[in-house]
Design a protein around this ligand. Structure first.
Ligand code: NDP
Length: 482
């Protein structure tokens, strides 16, 4: 099948003003870092420099945590739930109003297609604030007894794959529960968090309730280690998650960890093939596969495997890979040179171990970090590409003959974040959902999110839940009865 030729339809970057340099957002104001250090953030689709961003050192982390502690004790902690709720609603509304600005900035800093940032990241971020705004005055019903209490200061570290959305997943429930926040965005994607700081000023959020400190891994480690941080929330790699678990062990801090995944997307022989193919595409090529719950292992019934793979390849031939600012683009850039080299290294390991690589035809842009949508067949469960998180647009295909074999293969991983099941039979969906050891099992769909629905992992995918009532619980301490 050949792709139709579309004229370019680029979104304008003029809706957003990017400053040449940014300070830290502490106590309601932008301030210079005492460390005096900075880092550059670039557009991964073009390698152009976007801005210089301050790096928070130990003293800056100290200032941010102190501001959060003061705000917790003097303003946010004592504030009645209905009042906190009004601020959260205001943030949600402002995010919706300024959504185009946020979407464009997310695309420039992250490399994802504007279609995704515009239709998913930003509206979802706003929806999480709306959802948790509704909880702020109903905490007695959250499941921590009457009069539950917040922890105090939450230290939150987020990754680069959904920068603003992960910020919303972290900040909204923390504030609804009455905690104050110090948040560190990822080194390669700090800009929407800094624009969010500007939005907080617009919302008149009291100073110190949310502090945003940019920097690299060292800043995150300092924040997690700070003795006056009461609650830790982290999303990122399993390796760093394990370090954090060790760091907080034996302290008063409670941690929520959202880590990696190696999800099985399971196609039975009675699945509607065209819909399943769309689900496979959405599962692993959405955000160029840089998704913790990506459907990176395709388990397909042997009797329909050839048909599914043929139709999948035909569909991949129609995907448009390229300029993320173009509204026709389906697959954008990989977020960084480091991530591109990790993807390349693992894909090469797939070749070396005997799997068969197929990549969608088409030229990739010369500048920037790009990897074509790729499918590996002839994959065995022992291959690295079947075991390790690639975090890129690379699908590993395995086959199965019986439901038991599908379950055994799906669970044969150290991870347990998500899975997908495609079949016409409702009873089979329920049986598979019971047997698969992962936090989410999607049925005849994939990568669907809702603020009211909890999300999180088993095994090395982490612990604690985000979203829904369950996502409030880690931010609350059991209340005594009156
Ligand atoms: P990291 O886990 O290193 O980064 C996640 C966040 O943690 C970033 O803000 C990072 O800062 C920060 N950080 C790094 N080291 C520490 C530390 N010691 N203490 C506290 N915070 C720290 O992920 P990478 O960006 O290195 O990606 C590596 C791999 O991780 C990917 O290939 C992918 O497989 C997986 N990953 C999984 C994600 C998920 O959603 N589950 C998200 C991102 C990555 P900084 O960015 O400034 O270094």
């Amino acid at each position: 099948m050949t792709a139709f030729d579309y004229a370019p339809a680029p979104e304008s970057a003029s809706v957003v003003d990017i400053a040449s340099s940014y300070g830290l957002f502490i106590n309601g104001e932008f301030t210079d870092a005492t460390s005096g250090e900075s880092l550059k953030t670039i557009n991964p689709a073009t390698e152009e420099n976007l801005a210089e961003v301050a790096v928070a050192g130990t003293e800056d982390v100290e200032r941010a945590v102190r501001a959060a502690r003061t705000a917790y004790e003097r303003t946010w902690g004592p504030m009645p739930g209905p009042e906190r709720s009004k601020y959260l609603f205001r943030i949600a509304r402002l995010l919706a109003e300024r959504s185009r600005e946020f979407a464009v900035l997310e695309v420039l800093d992250n490399g994802k297609p504007i279609r995704e940032a515009r239709d998913m990241d930003i509206p979802m971020a706003s929806a999480y604030f709306f959802y948790y705004a509704g909880w702020a005055d109903k905490l007695d019903y959250a499941g921590r007894g009457a009069n539950p209490r917040p922890h105090g200061v939450a230290g939150q570290v987020i990754p680069w794959n959904f920068p603003l959305l992960m910020l919303a997943w972290k900040i909204a429930p923390a504030l609804a529960a009455g905690n104050t926040v110090v948040l560190k965005p990822a080194e390669t994607t700090p800009l929407t968090a800094l624009l969010f700081a500007d939005l907080l000023q617009q919302a008149d959020l009291p100073p110190g309730v949310v502090n945003i400190i940019t920097g690299a891994g060292r800043t995150g480690a300092d924040l997690i280690a700070h003795p006056d941080v009461d609650k830790v929330a982290f999303t990122g790699s399993t390796k760093v998650g394990k370090q954090i678990a060790r760091q907080v062990a034996g302290t008063h801090k409670q941690a929520t960890l959202e880590l990696g995944g190696k999800a099985a997307n399971i196609i039975f022989d009675d699945a509607p093939v065209d819909q399943a193919v769309e689900g496979i595409v959405n599962g692993i090529y959405f955000n160029a596969g840089q998704v913790c719950c990506a459907g990176s292992r395709l388990l397909v019934a042997e009797s329909v495997a050839d048909e599914v793979i043929d139709r999948l390849k035909a569909r991949l031939g129609t995907l448009r890979v390229g300029d993320p600012m173009d509204k026709n683009t389906d697959v954008g850039a990989v977020n960084s040179a480091a991530q591109l080299s990790r993807i390349t290294e693992l894909a090469n390991a797939g070749d070396a171990e005997g799997a068969v690589r197929w990549s969608a035809p088409g030229d990739l842009p010369e500048k920037g970090y790009w990897f074509p949508p790729t499918v590996f067949t002839e994959v065995s469960t022992a291959h690295r590409i079947a075991r390790e998180e690639i975090f890129g647009p690379v699908l590993s295909v395995l086959t199965f003959r019986t439901p038991d074999e599908a379950i055994a293969k799906a669970n044969n991983t150290p991870y347990g974040l998500s899975a997908g099941v495609w079949t016409e039979k409702g009873s089979r969906i329920l049986a598979m959902a019971d047997a698969i050891r992962s936090g989410v099992v999607w049925a005849n769909t994939f990568n669907k999110f809702d603020p009211a629905s909890p999300f999180g992992g088993y095994k090395e995918s982490g612990y604690g839940r985000e979203g829904g009532r369950h996502g409030l619980l880690p931010y609350l301490i059991e209340g005594g009865t009156q």
